[in-house]
Ligand binder design. Structure first.
Ligand code: AGP
Length: 610
């Protein structure tokens, strides 16, 4: 949520900042801005624009920057204040000599603003962020680092911060609490960024700035401190993924590219975690005795990751016989979750920076639970705060709609459930072996489904005019229905509801008429007949049905308006397969309706505010 990139070095700052912003646009895209220090005068130079980064680019072409070697920039996802040019970052102090970019929310900004106003400060924007620039100004006595250090002590909330000042032409300051920020270490140049893709073509050496740490960067030096100013020795990590991973590689959209990566992601995961007949999870550090002692599991996650967690409940309960509770992270703290030292909390998050999930994890930790995270982004806050991390290694996911991260989360949940099942001996070894054999086949089944995308596209386009969709599933595919609905609504803006099919008669059936389309997950299962009854109920009320069914099912076409077939697999594995056609349906409807597939309105990839 919001993207920051800052540069100090011997090269021109603006091309680096603009290039970096484009790579971070997935984090927020309602307005953007760049601020640099004038190379000759003690001045800051600012260009800001509403809308996407291409608007900022056009503005810079018309009003070029002077050649500067230090600057900060930002792409915004609005929280406080409308998405417009005035509220776009960077924000300057009253004197116009101090410039900040901020990601996060300053919860006490109203109080701070009131106080600063009393002391003669005037504000230009409606943002919470602008108070930071004024606070720094109020503490500035010739030492920018000291002023920033004092200012951040006054802030409540979450922030990743970049600061420059025309008083200090070779100094970039960074600080963070709760919002991600990395430092890129170059040769005679250094960087700050919200995420690695922004700086990947400049350097692969990065420092993941920790919560409660700040840093000073010049072109030749990086120093890291805690908030009391005590020097901290930073750890330099190396980013290993290729630049190709963050490019579209010939696909029209990142989402399409990422859907096509699913066979490979799963294949690699299975190859690295299944050794003979054993499941070996790198990062898993619970002993057999600890597994035997697990009293209950709670899964916390948001959005798509929450749906993965819901599938996880069915799998773990079925395979390992452990009771599982699944919570939306943002609600977890508001009840009184009963946890103990024998409880395991599994936090699922692609980004590992989702504020709600981090808050849930902190709550669970306080109650004594052990935290296992399933996470995609290496070195993320969630990974650092967990007792054990199971990385999905799905590679960077740029499309805001999660696809490969979801199926990778599912893949990891299957592996984890099998691991638990082996220790708990809840199901027989032969049942486990059958499941593993079938699981290994899923990557090639993905490839098979992707080959049918043209016919899926046709069905999607035929139904793209419907103003409302219902997604129904039962049992382990109830979460699949919810995920299908989320995918469609987020990228096509069509109201879509995901329901347990059994619940249809308790309300949603009132929606059904000839203007509604209903997607029914009717793959081979113990509840197949019940799904057919649901389909008949919809058809008799003139609703249109798109059924997701198992190859070889000759009966389904008698009932459904359209059928999308997925290959036959183990019943428990059907969520892995059914996810893919639902992603494709959402994608093609979005394209047909002319929506922005990769950057849907109002959304951001990584939700770092609560
Ligand atoms: C997925 O399509 C969504 N964009 C969103 O629901 C996402 O899954 C959610 O915000 C959680 O993100 P995380 O996995 O990074 O924690």
């Amino acid at each position: 949520m919001c993207g920051i990139i800052g540069y100090v070095g011997e090269n021109q700052a603006v091309p680096v900042l603009l290039g970096g912003l484009k790579k971070l646009e997935y984090r927020g895209y309602d307005s953007s801005g760049i601020g640099v220090l004038h190379p000759e005068k003690a001045q800051i130079v600012l260009r800001k624009s509403d809308g996407k980064i291409k608007n900022l680019e056009k503005l810079i072409a018309k009003q070029p920057f002077p050649k500067s070697t230090i600057g900060i920039s930002h792409t915004r996802w609005a929280t406080h204040g409308a998405p417009n040019k005035v509220n776009a970052h960077p924000h300057a102090d009253g004197s116009g000599h101090i410039l900040i970019v901020h990601n996060g929310i300053i919860e006490n900004y109203e109080l701070l603003k009131k106080d600063l106003k009393k002391r003669g400060h005037t504000f230009k924007s409606d943002t919470d962020s602008e108070v930071i620039a004024h606070l720094i100004e109020s503490y500035y006595k010739g030492d920018l680092f000291a002023a920033v250090k004092k200012a951040i002590k006054k802030l409540n909330g979450a922030y990743a911060l970049g600061v420059i000042s025309s008083y200090h032409p070779d100094l970039l300051i960074a600080a963070r609490i709760g919002s991600p920020l990395i430092i890129g270490c170059g040769k005679n140049e250094n960087f700050i960024a919200s995420d690695a893709p922004a700086i990947l073509d400049c350097t692969r050496r990065v420092i993941y700035l920790k919560d409660g740490h700040m840093a000073t960067l010049s072109k030749s030096q990086i120093k890291v401190f805690d908030f009391n100013g005590k020097v901290v020795k930073p750890k330099i990590d190396r980013i290993t993924y290729s630049l190709d991973a963050v490019a579209k590689q010939g696909f029209d959209h990142f989402m399409m590219k990422e859907m096509h990566e699913q066979p490979d992601v799963l294949k690699k995961m299975l190859a690295s975690c299944i050794k003979g007949k054993q499941v070996v999870l790198d990062g898993w550090n619970l002993s057999e005795q600890q597994i035997k002692n697990i009293s209950n599991i709670t899964i916390v996650a948001c959005g798509t990751a929450y749906h993965a967690g819901m599938v996880g409940r069915y799998i773990i309960e079925a395979l390992a016989g452990i009771s599982v509770n699944v919570d939306v992270s943002s609600e977890f703290r508001y009840r009184n979750p009963i946890l103990s030292k024998k409880s395991i909390v599994i936090a699922i998050s692609q980004s590992g920076e989702t504020a709600d999930t981090l808050a849930a994890v902190r709550e669970a930790k306080q109650k004594g639970a052990k935290i296992v995270s399933i996470c995609n982004v290496l070195g993320s806050s969630l990974a650092r705060e967990s007792d054990a991390v199971l990385y999905t290694h799905a590679g960077p996911e740029i499309g805001v709609a999660s696809t490969k991260a979801y199926t990778a989360q599912l893949g990891m949940l299957y592996l984890l459930a099998i691991k638990l099942a082996m220790v708990k001996k809840y199901i027989s070894t032969s049942e486990i072996n059958t499941l593993i054999t079938q699981l290994k086949k899923v990557p090639s089944l993905y490839t098979k489904i992707l080959k049918t995308k043209t016919s899926i596209a046709k069905i999607a386009r035929t139904n793209s005019h419907f103003g409302c969709f219902l997604f129904l599933g039962r049992n382990i595919n109830y979460p699949t229905a919810m995920e299908g609905a989320l995918k469609l609504k987020e990228i096509s803006y069509i109201p879509a509801e995901g329901y347990a099919a059994g619940e249809m008669k308790h309300g949603p059936i009132a929606l059904i008429d000839e203007y509604r389309a209903v997607v029914c997950i009717a793959t081979e299962s113990d509840t197949y007949e019940k799904m057919i009854s649901n389909i008949q109920e919809i058809r008799s009320r003139k609703g249109k049905v798109i059924a997701i069914a198992t190859e070889g099912d000759k009966n389904i076409s008698k009932h459904a308006t359209h059928v999308v077939y997925v290959p036959k697999t183990h019943k428990l594995l059907t969520p892995l397969l059914a996810a893919l056609p639902l992603q494709l349906i959402a994608y093609y409807i979005s394209v047909k309706r002319g929506c922005d597939v990769d950057q849907p309105r109002n959304l951001a990839k990584s939700v770092t505010v609560e």
